[in-house]
Design a protein around this ligand. Structure first.
Ligand code: IPE
Ligand code: IPE
Ligand code: MG
Length: 250
């Protein structure tokens, strides 16, 4: 039996032909194009990131109301340190301010916050804001929101291997489950749908282990212009795909 819609965004989804009983459980987003969006408007790149933050705030709410259980977003990659210092500093303080300002609302909305990435390497203020957010929301039962900060997929695999070696697990006993079980958030399921904005057809080191069989949807819209309609369209595209996981599906 099809799930019955309970709110406005679910009504809209149903009107678009989306099956609420078959939503992607975990949606991952490469929030790209802030810089290009700003440049096109003659603005500084940091203003693009600020606008991107507004987008993220509404996408989190939309995803939660739609009924998505896990949302993971790429906020800062392990390679983004290569950017000019003022952009890196601006991004770090923007993420810190966002983590502090949004905590109350997220907690009220039953959001559980997680992070992925080498958090020990980010500025102290940001690290403690993130840790406070995780601690405050750890028992919430709504959407799990994972912020990938100083995140690299290869670094995550390196960290997993280090942890496995540190535990003294014998080589012959290491399986795919062992590696998956030592990633940053081992109880988070693999993403079903990965959305990338701003048209680039690449992973940029995001969730490379977990995305082996994830459905990728790329939209031309830069992240600051991504909205509810774009989210629903990505879900609709996802629902028209046939996932085969290597098998034959008739
Ligand atoms: C994505 O936007 C946000 C981060 C990487 C932090 P970009 O800053 O990469 O935007 P473009 O790709 O330059 O347009
Ligand atoms: C990926 O975007 C990182 C984030 C969205 C945080 P980039 O803009 O850094 O990726 P490349 O450099 O175009 O591959
Ligand atoms: Mg980019």
């Amino acid at each position: 039996m099809a799930a019955i819609s309970q709110n406005r965004i679910q009504d809209r989804a149903v009107a678009l032909g989306i099956d609420l009983g078959q939503l992607p459980g975990h949606v991952a987003v490469i929030m790209d194009g802030n810089g290009r969006w700003a440049k096109k408007k003659g603005l500084q790149r940091l203003l693009g990131h600020r606008e991107g933050y507004r987008t993220l705030r509404s996408v989190l709410l939309n995803a939660s109301e739609l009924g998505i259980k896990f949302l993971t977003v790429y906020a800062f990659s392990a390679e983004n340190w290569r950017r000019p210092k003022d952009e890196v500093d601006g991004l770090m303080s923007l993420i810190e301010r966002a983590a502090k300002d949004e905590l109350r609302t997220m907690h009220q909305n039953n959001v559980r916050v997680q992070v992925a990435g080498r958090i020990s390497e980010v500025p102290d203020g940001l690290r403690s804001a993130l840790e406070h957010g995780i601690e405050t929301t750890k028992d919430n039962t709504g959407i799990t929101f994972t912020l990938a900060v100083n995140y690299g997929g290869r670094a995550e695999i390196v960290d997993a291997v280090r942890a496995i070696v540190a535990e003294g697990i014998e080589a012959e006993r290491i399986t795919e489950e062992t590696i998956a079980g030592h990633l940053y958030n081992p109880s988070t399921p693999e993403p079903d749908l990965m959305i990338r904005t701003a048209g680039e057809m690449r992973w940029s080191n995001f969730l490379i282990w977990q995305s082996a069989y994830t459905e990728l949807v790329v939209t031309e819209k830069p992240w600051p212009e991504f909205d509810e309609a774009e989210l629903l369209q990505a879900v609709s595209i996802y629902q028209h795909r046939t996932r085969k996981f290597g098998a034959v599906v008739e």
